[in-house]
Design a protein around this ligand. Structure first.
Ligand code: SF4
Length: 373
C-alpha cells in the first residue's frame, strides 16, 4: 500500500468508521471484538482508532463492514483490507494496591501510549457551558473510571505497563477545575509520582493558565510535551461549540501560551487539537496550521467524532460524504507539516505521537513521499 492509499484508508476509517455484520452484533456482548471502537494496526504499523457504528448511524456515515477471519487477530475491512487488532494489554487485569482495577486508572491509546484523565470532571459542566462534543463525566458515572487518580495509582500502572513492554509514552489530561492553575498543580503531582520510578516520556494537556509560570513548573516536574488545545481556528466555531472554554480563553491567549510552551518543550513537542468537520472554514484552519508550524507547534487535526452522551451525539460532520475533500484537506496539512519539519512520529509523547485519532502522520508521510518524487 503506497503513501496515498494509506492516507486515504486512514481518513476513511476515521471519518466513516466501520460496522459489524448482524451476525457479529447479535453474537457479541462486549468481549474481545471491536464493539464500540477499537484500535487496529494499519499496514504501515501505525494504529487507528476505528469508530464502530450500527444501524442508521452506520448508514449515515457510510461505514463499510469489519469481518472476523479465521485468525482472531485479523479483521477484514470492506472485504479486502486486512487489519490487525491491537491486543488487549495484560496489565488491564491487575488491581492497584488500594484495589482499583488498572483499566479504571489508565488505558492504552493506539498501540503504545498510556493515557489517563487525572481529574474526570470539568468546571464548564457545572455551568452548562461545556464543550458540545464532551463526555467527561459520563465515564465516571458509568463506573468505567474514578473521579480523581492519585500519583501513586498512576505511577503503579505506568510501571506495570512499562514492565509488560506495552507502552512507550504516557499522556496525562485533565478536566478543568475551578482554580486559576487550570489543573496544572494536580498534573505536577502526578508527573512527580511517575518520575519516582520511570523516565518514560510524558505528554500533558491543559487549558492555557493565566499565570504562565506554572507551565514552567510542569516542565520542571518532568513533562516532555504539552498539548494546549484551541479545538478550532474559528472564534465563531469555538464560541458555538466550546462556550465555556471560549469565554475563558481567546485565541490570542492560546498564541501566548503556545509561544511560551515552545521555549520550554521545544519545537514539535507543543501541540493543539483542531477539529475537522465541526463547521470550521478549511482555509482559516490551513492558515493557522501554517502559522503554528512556523512557531514549531504541531496541529493535531482530527475528524470530529459525534460521541454518544455528548450534545453532538447526532451531529452530522461536514466531512460526511466528501472523502475526496477530506483527502485534499489532509494533504494540505501534511505538506505544511513537512515544510516546517514537524514529523509527528518524532515528537516525545501525547496525542500527536499516538496518532490513533488523526491522519496527520500519514499526511506527513504522503507529503514526504511526494517530495522525493
Ligand atoms: S474543557 Fe471542554 S472538552 Fe475539556 S473537559 Fe471541559 S468541557 Fe470537556
Amino acid at each position: 500500500m503506497d503513501a496515498e492509499e494509506l492516507l486515504k484508508l486512514k481518513i476513511r476509517l476515521l471519518t466513516e468508521g466501520a460496522t459489524l455484520s448482524e451476525r457479529e452484533w447479535s453474537g457479541r456482548q462486549g468481549g474481545a471484538g471491536p464493539v464500540q471502537g477499537r484500535y487496529f494496526f494499519l499496514p504501515n504499523g501505525r494504529s487507528c482508532g476505528v469508530p464502530i457504528r450500527r444501524g442508521s448511524q452506520a448508514e449515515r456515515f457510510g461505514s463499510a463492514t469489519l469481518e472476523p477471519t479465521e485468525d482472531p487477530t485479523i479483521w477484514l475491512y470492506d472485504g479486502s483490507v486486512e487489519l490487525e487488532i491491537v491486543p488487549r494489554p495484560k496489565f488491564y487485569d491487575l488491581n492497584t494496591d488500594d484495589g482499583i482495577p488498572y483499566h479504571k486508572i489508565a488505558l492504552l491509546h493506539g498501540s503504545e501510549t498510556l493515557a489517563t484523565t487525572v481529574y474526570q470532571a470539568c468546571r464548564y459542566w457545572a455551568s452548562g457551558t461545556q464543550c458540545k462534543f464532551c463526555t467527561i463525566p459520563h465515564s465516571c458515572s458509568s463506573g468505567a473510571t474514578i473521579l480523581e487518580k492519585t500519583p501513586e495509582q498512576v505511577a503503579e500502572v505506568v510501571k506495570a505497563a512499562e514492565d509488560e513492554g506495552a507502552i512507550r509514552d504516557v499522556l496525562l489530561t485533565t478536566g478543568t477545575p475551578d482554580t486559576p492553575d487550570m489543573g496544572c498543580s494536580r498534573l505536577i503531582q502526578i508527573i512527580e509520582g511517575i518520575r519516582e520510578s520511570s523516565e518514560i516520556p510524558i505528554g500533558v494537556q491543559f487549558e492555557p493558565p493565566t499565570d504562565m509560570e506554572i507551565m514552567k513548573a510542569v516542565f520542571e516536574a518532568g513533562a516532555n510535551a504539552a498539548g494546549i488545545h484551541a479545538e478550532s481556528a474559528d472564534e465563531s466555531v469555538r464560541k458555538e461549540m466550546c462556550p465555556g472554554k471560549h469565554e475563558y480563553g481567546s485565541l490570542s491567549l492560546y498564541h501566548k501560551s503556545w509561544a511560551y510552551a515552545i521555549e520550554l518543550f521545544g519545537p514539535g513537542n507543543v501541540s493543539t487539537f483542531l477539529l475537522h468537520g465541526i463547521g470550521e472554514s478549511i482555509d482559516s484552519t490551513i492558515e493557522l496550521v501554517d502559522e503554528l508550524g512556523s512557531m514549531g507547534v504541531l496541529s493535531v487535526v482530527a475528524p470530529m467524532r459525534p460521541a454518544p452522551g455528548s450534545q453532538l451525539a447526532d451531529f452530522e460532520p461536514a466531512y460526511l460524504g466528501d472523502l475526496e475533500g477530506s483527502v485534499k484537506f489532509y494533504k494540505r496539512v501534511g505538506a505544511i507539516l513537512l515544510k516546517w519539519e514537524l514529523d509527528p512520529g518524532k515528537t516525545a509523547a501525547g496525542c500527536h505521537r499516538c496518532g490513533g485519532c488523526t491522519p496527520i502522520q500519514e499526511a506527513y508521510d504522503w507529503a514526504k513521499a511526494i517530495s522525493h518524487g
